[in-house]
Design a protein. Sequence first.
Length: 213
Amino acid sequence: MEKISILVTDDHEIFRKGLVLIISKLAISGSIFQAESGREAISVYSEKKPDIVLMDIQMPEPDGIETTKRILEQWPEACIIAISMFGEEKYLHEIISAGARGFILKKCSIDELEIAIKSVAAGNSYFSPELLKYFTQSYVHNRDSNNHAILSPRETEVLMLVAEGLSNQEIAGKLFISKRTVDCHKNAMIEKTGSKNIVELLKYAFQNKLINW
């Protein structure tokens, strides 16, 4: 199994070191680095170029959103997963707009943490199911059905399951198709709608009544 190097950025020492300890026990874990501020995160990333950055949002010098922007401005290939406390979902839109490829809660299980890291390292996005529900529900009352892209019946099925928080593998199992086919459908929908990622795709879908929550 290919090892994944990870930078853990969080200003709370106990949480940060605890997360480092958990990650070190994962089979996928390679080199692990730490940063306690946005400034240090940028410096460490510049030197080490880790495969994944776990980025706290509420953090000093600067906060996680601004740090994400600055890292991606210099290194567009960076794979950043925002990690936040429950109740900070309001930052989801900002951190995704900044370029993060994932968003998980600090209360997530170890299994979900590993899935998120593996998914983003493989070039996909990952968002906790709870966060997908929060995101999509926030657009239910602000939808416009004019001039929207037309999705095929199969694409709509895939999109509904994405909105429920299912992984590509779970969607493939439910629809009796390959995981690669799921990837193709998602990429096709992102291209059709002019979206940059799955969260933008879901936003578009709800605004234009392509699916119902």
